[in-house]
Design a binder for this molecule. Structure first.
Ligand code: NAD
Ligand code: TDX
Length: 331
């Protein structure tokens, strides 16, 4: 029987990953380790068979707990992180704790028990691009700009060092901006969808000319499963689905799909990265991966809007507090 340990499995991407893993039969048993911070919710895993998915509440920096869970697993997939740039600008400390110390703790456990680790990272480690620059590849130099992206870059470096110095078996993936069900409403796309559902005006930072490379969360997770089954240890894979769009285009698309009139420009993010764009050729050619949504943002957004419309009970209790936090910063 195969057992997979998934850290951060009660968060947005992790919970979708656990669902896909069970649906595909990619593991017989999944153990989720999650601290249930403001971003993690047990009900993100609701409806899954309790005999297939076991939940452990705890911190990925707790070396004793992590060691005991890693010992029981064949494979470890590491999603747990503080993930929101805006929060890292207000208080970097949990980003340093979880993203750096948490990855270190996990690496020491997989080293001790000789287990395979897949580390989930982000395109932001490469910094940002100008409008005409070539997209990020796996060999682009790291140049993170925010406390969040610097902490993720640090964690990637730790993984590479443990592979090289200690022979740990590990892979890394760096993915572009995700969207889809269960994404916290602090993030751009669900914030605008729930603003419209709540009769609030959508909020665009600055001019909205920044570019993000959007991928549906199921395409991200499908790529992770491809790396787990066919990836080579020690390698890094970029994940993206050719979904580049300006923030202004995305907000206008959401307004159009939801029949909403207009949006407002609010205070910009300090140090705001201009453009992210992923070249995922290595994943496509070496592992034969291709995305289902193929950069079709309109179709993916329509599905996502339907999910937030149908699951108001999931986001409604936190909406006022999230918006009050943004309002304090003029956003
Ligand atoms: P999220 O914030 O929705 O979820 C993070 C989860 O980690 C939560 O369930 C939280 O409770 C848990 N967690 C936080 N600190 C923990 C700790 N110390 N111990 C155990 N659990 C802890 O984040 P997400 O958007 O699902 O991102 C998941 C991963 O994917 C992160 O590593 C992130 O850097 C990466 N990533 C995200 C995106 C994106 O667009 N959201 C893109 C590329 C990569
Ligand atoms: O209300 C908003 N208005 C707005 O214009 C918010 C919340 C954001 N924005 C802009 C800022 C960004 O240019 O939208 C873009 C996307 O913002 P976020 O959803 O905060 O994502 P980003 O900062 O790009 O980072 C995301 O992608 C990479 C994830 O949050 C990270 O975890 C991941 O690593």
């Amino acid at each position: 029987m195969s057992t997979m340990l998934v850290t951060g499995g009660a968060g947005f991407i992790g919970a979708n990953f656990v669902r896909l893993t069970i649906e595909r039969g990619a593991a017989d048993h999944v153990v989720v380790l999650d601290k249930l911070t403001y971003a993690g919710r047990r009900d993100n895993l609701a409806g899954l068979d309790a005999s297939a998915v076991e939940f452990v509440e705890g911190d990925v920096c707790d070396a004793g707990l992590v060691s005991s869970l890693v010992a029981r697993a064949d494979t470890v997939v590491h999603f747990a992180a503080e993930s929101h740039n805006d929060n890292s600008l207000r208080d970097p400390s949990p980003f340093i704790h979880t993203n750096i110390l948490g990855t270190y703790t996990l690496l020491e456990a997989v080293r001790a028990h000789d287990r395979y680790l897949h580390h989930i990272s982000t395109d932001e480690v490469f910094g940002d691009l100008g409008p005409g620059d070539p997209r990020f590849t796996e060999t682009t130099a790291y140049a993170p700009s925010s406390p969040y992206s610097a902490s993720k870059a640090s964690s990637d470096h730790l993984v590479r060092a443990w592979v090289r110095s200690f022979g740990v078996r590990a892979t890394i993936s760096n993915c572009s901006n995700n969207y889809g069900p269960y994404q916290h409403i602090e993030k751009f796309i669900p914030r605008q969808i729930t603003n419209i559902l709540d009769r609030r005006t959508p909020k665009l930072y600055g001019t909205g000319e920044q570019i993000r490379d959007w991928i549906h969360v199921d395409d991200h997770n499908d790529a992770v499963l491809a790396i787990l089954s066919r990836g080579r240890s020690g390698e890094t894979y970029n994940i993206g689905s050719d979904g580049e769009a300006t923030n202004r285009t995305v907000i206008e698309l959401i307004c159009d799909l939801m029949g909403a009139e207009g949006y407002e420009h609010v205070a910009d993010r300090p140090g705001h990265d201009q453009r992210y764009a992923m070249d995922a050729s290595k994943l496509r050619t070496e592992l034969g991966w291709s995305p289902r949504y193929t950069g079709d943002l309109r179709a993916g957004l329509a599905d996502t809007i339907a999910w937030y419309r149908d699951n108001e009970a999931w986001w409604r209790p936190i909406k006022d507090a999230v918006e009050a936090g943004y309002a304090k910063r003029g956003q």
